[in-house]
Write a protein that binds this ligand. Structure first.
Ligand code: ADP
Ligand code: ZN
Length: 511
């Protein structure tokens, strides 16, 4: 077996292992099952590529996305590593011949193929060095990207109990980690977690008012490659057009584009020093562009894990980079409705909890990085000095009383009305809707002062985010599980003081 340090230098051209790489590589070479949790950019591929070269036989690499595999194979081949994949896009006969002939260091396989009897028989005929399972969080229902095929991998793994198995992922909260260990038969002492902090990324999270204007404003002051994540294909297209119209090169990227267009747009982005990619989350996995300076989320991501992974594409070169998230209460309301509509009943509570953690992050008035790192099981310093809240600590206000009044108004109007009407009731406005529903006769009619009224919208946003209020498909607000603690449990509600609004002139208002 060749010395790992020598391989590191000769094949990969690096003088030192980075972070936990050495520990992971040593474990694999010693044949011990391992789960490595390493953030994006930490250098996961080397952890199986190097042992694949050091050990006799071919390494099987399970990887979920064809595009990802092909990128990996290209970079491996550039280092002189003999790698191939078995996907419908490959010349199967040639790959099988090379595999059987012992001419491959790495064979990449998608989980749905790796679990077939045909592939298992094929793999039995070839000396293997190790099995690597990339994106291993896909094996867990707790993970944010569960893929049932990953569960069937145990059959393949059981065929090769003697081989070192190495599971890798960039994202796994403590519960998902524990589950991956169980699912893949890795003992607890096989868990290696690298630090999650990306100190060069500055996090900013702010309410969304006008997507286009805010995104253009951010980009105008931030040169260098940027990714704007849009919540839908349509919005990705529209943002790309608006950004391009502002004079900055920009292209869209989403799964609805023809594969050639996607590939061309990606290549243009990777080669550019100023381009903006306006994309859905289909963009990013496996793309090695170290100099992305800015990642903007035009809407709330799916979870903290997703946020971390997507913002993690900024600043992989270690130079200063920024992440900006624009969120609105509607993002959370929609996500909750989607969970209710589309998720199997037994997973809804968990998905809601995931959303809840994200709400805690966006609403936080303290250090963002500390929340992120705690979410991943670390014990960070309370202040990072490099996020919006550390740099400009927001003034906070206690709004429990307004929150209670808003909840009461929702309750007394039978939880069928949106925040606009509830605000009218609380302000004591004599609108047609108020009269036709007899809401002027309620005890909550006109109970908020002008000062309190200025808080109603941000309080509603905060209550929706923390699931004390839930918006139905028509905007009607009803109680969520968080309401009780505020109404009865003496729970305090605190929000960042909203920035002073530019004086808005209303039609008919006295000048
Ligand atoms: P991940 O899959 O964890 O996101 P990659 O395997 O793509 O990360 O590696 C990220 C980048 O770090 C690559 O450009 C790779 O060449 C580089 N890299 C990996 N290991 C080292 C190392 N020991 N020293 C310097 N650079 C490294
Ligand atoms: Zn901070």
């Amino acid at each position: 077996m060749t010395d790992p340090h020598q391989l590191l230098k000769q094949v990969f051209g690096f003088d030192h292992f980075r972070g936990v790489q050495e520990e992971v590589v040593e474990r694999v070479l010693a044949g011990r099952p391992t789960l490595a949790i390493m953030p994006t950019g930490a250098g996961k591929s080397l952890c199986y590529q190097l042992p694949a070269l050091a050990l006799e036989g071919t390494a099987l690499v399970i990887s979920p996305l064809i595009a990802l595999m092909h990128d990996q194979i290209r970079s491996a081949e550039a280092l002189g590593i003999r790698a191939a994949s078995l996907t419908s896009a490959d010349d199967r006969d040639t790959v099988v011949r090379r595999f059987l002939g012992g001419e491959l260091d790495l064979l990449y396989v998608a989980p749905e193929r790796a679990t077939t009897d045909g592939f298992r028989r094929l793999a039995d005929r070839v000396p293997l060095s190790l099995v690597a399972i990339d994106e291993a969080h896909c094996v867990s229902e707790w993970g944010h990207d569960f893929r049932p095929d990953y569960r069937l991998l145990t059959r393949l793994l059981d065929d090769h109990r003697e081989l070192p198995r190495l599971a890798l992922t960039a994202t796994a909260d403590p519960r998902t980690r524990a589950d991956i260990l169980v699912q893949l038969g890795i003992p607890e002492d096989g868990l290696i977690v690298s630090g999650f902090d990306r100190p060069n990324i500055r996090y900013h999270i702010l309410p969304r008012e006008q997507t286009g204007r805010q995104v253009l404003g951010l980009l105008a002051e931030r040169p260098g490659p940027a990714i704007v994540y849009a919540p839908s294909r349509k919005e990705a297209e529209s943002l790309a057009a608006q950004i391009a119209a502002s004079g900055r090169p920009a292209l869209p990227y989403h799964a609805g584009l023809e594969p050639q267009v996607r590939a061309a747009n990606q290549a243009a982005f990777v080669g550019s020093e100023e381009m903006v990619m306006a994309a859905t989350i289909a963009f990013g996995m496996g793309i090695d562009k170290p100099d992305v300076r800015t990642v903007i989320h035009a809407g709330a991501p799916k979870s903290i894990e997703a946020y971390y992974q997507e913002t993690g594409r900024a600043g992989r070169d270690g130079d200063p980079a920024e992440a900006h998230l624009l969120w609105s209460a509607a993002d959370f309301a929609l996500a909750r409705q989607r969970i209710e509509r589309e998720m199997p009943a037994d997973r809804q509570a968990d998905e809601r909890a995931r959303l809840q953690s994200l709400a805690g992050l966006v609403e936080a008035t303290g250090c963002r990085r500390a929340i992120l790192l705690r979410h991943f099981g670390e014990d960070p310093a309370p202040q990072c000095g490099n996020c919006d809240n550390c740099l400009n600590p927001p003034a906070t206000v206690e709004v429990t009383e307004v929150a209670r009044k808003l909840l009461s108004a929702a309750f007394r109007t039978e939880m069928r009305f949106g925040v606009g009407h509830l605000a009218d009731v609380l302000a004591g406005k004599e609108t047609d809707k108020v009269f036709s529903n007899n809401h002027h006769q309620l005890s909550v009619f006109g109970i908020c002062s002008a000062e309190e009224m200025a808080m109603v919208q941000p309080v509603a946003r905060a209550l929706i985010a923390r699931d004390a209020l839930r918006a139905d498909a028509y905007g009607g607000l009803s109680f969520g599980p968080g309401a009780r603690g505020i109404l009865k449990g003496g729970e305090e509600v605190r929000i960042a003081l909203p920035p002073p609004r530019r004086a808005r002139r209303r039609r008919g208002a006295a000048a």
